[in-house]
Design a protein around this ligand. Sequence first.
Ligand code: SF4
Length: 323
Amino acid sequence: MAEKSKQAILEVENLTKHFNAGRRSVVHAVDGVSFQIRRGKTFGLVGESGCGKSTCARTIIRIYDLTDGSVILDGTDITRMSQKELKPLRRKMQMIFQDPYASLNARMTVRDIIAEPLIAHGIVRRKQDADEIVADMLGQVGLTREHMGRYAHEFSGGQRQRIGIARALVLQPDLLICDEPISALDVSIQAQVINLLRDFQERKNLSYLFIAHDLSMVRYVSDEVGVMYLGQLVERSDSDELYAHPLHPYTRGLLGSIPIANPKEARLREKSGIEGDLPSPINPPAGCRFHTRCPFAKAECSEELPLLRDLGGGHYAACHLAL
Ligand code: SF4
């Protein structure tokens, strides 16, 4: 365990987030999620919209307080820290968001947007003192000093995401939480942003929590992958292993829904087993939460919750039938 802690930049144990806890309609947004992110590596978190992956990210970064569980950042337990206690540690963990337009203040220039965290953390006293750092950061994300005086609406979606990345990285964090950072971008721009993130990872030994609903993109960027369904992790493994040998019916269904250009290959591939809608997290199904949509469900599946078990070589799955 001590060895693991030395390597892990983030350790999430039994992370639980319920909204309206103690009231009648409790929303079970995240229920008992555990994983680690190794230094310099990427953990991909994937699942349908509404499965709780963004809530998971926001709870880790302590936008929300945890209902249960723990979060250890670089060896420090931040689970119950006050916002004041957390402030110096926030430099280590930054976030970029799905919608680069909504996440940038429309009334601020690019200079002010990127200088703001430097002032908030006492790295510079005044905006003017940040100009060289801001210009350097813009250069690193493929923009220029000339962009400093412009406003967010004057940029394309891809450029706005580059500004969001510059704002997050100007504090030189160890961990970047990327909450669907490319979902709102054109396909042609997505690869540019991904390549930029990979380049930073290599140069600065950054670790990423990369959240997406698109399994194909997660494969490209991740060393390890966790698959979430209705607030719980149902499968977790090394990325190549998960794509080569998916064990959980939900993961197999997700993989089955990725379009394949080659018609021969597409005919051979297992058809998606996912039908119907995600059930409500207010009253999640008993037993295996996936049993209402699983083509292999047996009687025991609606009664007994399958535990996330190591089925060999660190490949975990939560399914009564997985071997
Ligand atoms: Fe399907 Fe049962 Fe496995 Fe759940 S435990 S995924 S319902 S087979």
